[in-house]
Design a protein around this ligand. Structure first.
Ligand SMILES: NC(=O)c1ccc[n+]([C@@H]2O[C@H](COP(=O)([O-])OP(=O)(O)OC[C@H]3O[C@@H](n4cnc5c(N)ncnc54)[C@H](OP(=O)(O)O)[C@@H]3O)[C@@H](O)[C@H]2O)c1
Length: 289
């Protein structure tokens, strides 16, 4: 039976992985308490002690705006820790599956981003995630880098869907950005895709892959859909009106890509299965809530 070390098991993707990965092997999950990614010595010690066949890294510094004022800690977690993991993984002959982000791109394209498109991150979070990808590639061990986007789910500290449901109960009017387009992706679908990759690892060569749910939409349209679906399920809201606004009307410390749809073709070709449609997954997540 193969051994899988799951790093970041308390995050929104990590908690789903804890449920899905046992389909493929014995899972040893670690949280920040057992493995603090800001300590390279601990990363090496844990990997050498457990000697897994796979390391799945679902941990990251994910506070996109806060990263602008904490670049050193973001760099440690998102760029330096993956490099240490990659070296330790290579030394024991393991495969590292590392999660990355659509924010490595500048959003100037208007057709889905391919894995080999040039990266050009707009903020510290994206820069450190891009550097993490590059350091894993430079180490040269067996790895899968899975870029995803617009993640939401039932677990974790917060995400767009949970924020909308809360705001809908608190406010009569909210304003949502309508000029940023992406693919909302349920954390459970990411966990299932990673599990499918590990089950079919011989079909997925070392490299970068994209995975999001299918389809694309603006944050504004996504919010409209969240409330429509939630009302059908009986959620009650104080909310009366959602107003579409442009990005410049909602300034944030970190710039976001205007268009960050990722092409799913490469991984679909490897595995022969296609990602779920985002709206079907949204409905399932709301039912789960
Ligand atoms: N969220 C999105 O919209 C999005 C979009 C694209 C890509 N991604 C990528 O998807 C992956 C999973 O994201 P997510 O949304 O599941 O993130 P999340 O919910 O913020 O979880 C991140 C996890 O990383 C852990 N972590 C942070 N610093 C750590 C440290 N120093 N040592 C050990 N663990 C640490 C956190 O631990 P604590 O629980 O102790 O804080 C948390 O459990 C990340 O690689 C992220 O970059 C996310």
């Amino acid at each position: 039976m193969q051994k899988i070390l799951l790093i970041g098991s308390q995050g929104q993707v990590g908690q789903e992985l804890k449920k899905t990965l046992p389909q493929t092997g014995e899972v040893i999950s670690v949280t920040r308490t057992e493995l603090d990614l800001s300590d390279p010595g601990v990363i090496v010690e844990v990997i050498e002690r457990i000697k897994p066949d796979f390391i799945v890294n679902a941990a990251a510094y994910t506070a996109v705006d806060k990263a602008q004022s904490e670049p050193e800690i973001a760099r440690k977690i998102n760029a330096q820790a993956p490099a240490v993991m990659a070296k330790a993984s290579k030394n024991i002959g393991a495969t590292l599956l590392h999660i990355s982000t659509d924010y490595v791109f500048n959003g100037q394209k208007n057709t889905p981003y391919l894995e080999n498109d040039s990266t050009d991150p707009l903020g510290i979070y994206g820069i450190t995630k891009r550097d993490g990808e590059q350091s894993i590639q430079e180490v040269g061990g067996r790895h899968i880098i899975l870029r995803t986007a617009w993640v939401y789910g039932a677990y974790g500290k917060g995400n767009f869907v949970k924020t909308m449901l809360r705001l809908g109960q608190e406010k009569e009017l909210i304003k949502i950005v309508c000029d940023q387009v992406g693919s909302p992706t349920w954390s459970y679908d990411i966990a299932m895709r990673i599990t499918e990759i590990l089950k079919n690892i011989e079909k997925v060569p070392t490299g970068i892959y994209h995975f999001t749910d299918s389809g694309s939409i603006s944050w504004y349209d996504f919010a409209m859909n969240i409330f429509e679906e939630a009302r059908k399920l009986g959620f009650a809201f104080k909310l009366q009106e959602i107003i579409p606004i442009n990005t410049h009307e909602y300034p944030t410390p970190a710039k976001r890509p205007a268009y960050s749809v990722l092409s799913n073709q490469k991984l679909t070709d490897c595995l022969g299965t296609y990602p779920p449609y985002w709206r079907d997954s949204l409905k399932k997540m709301l039912v789960q809530l």
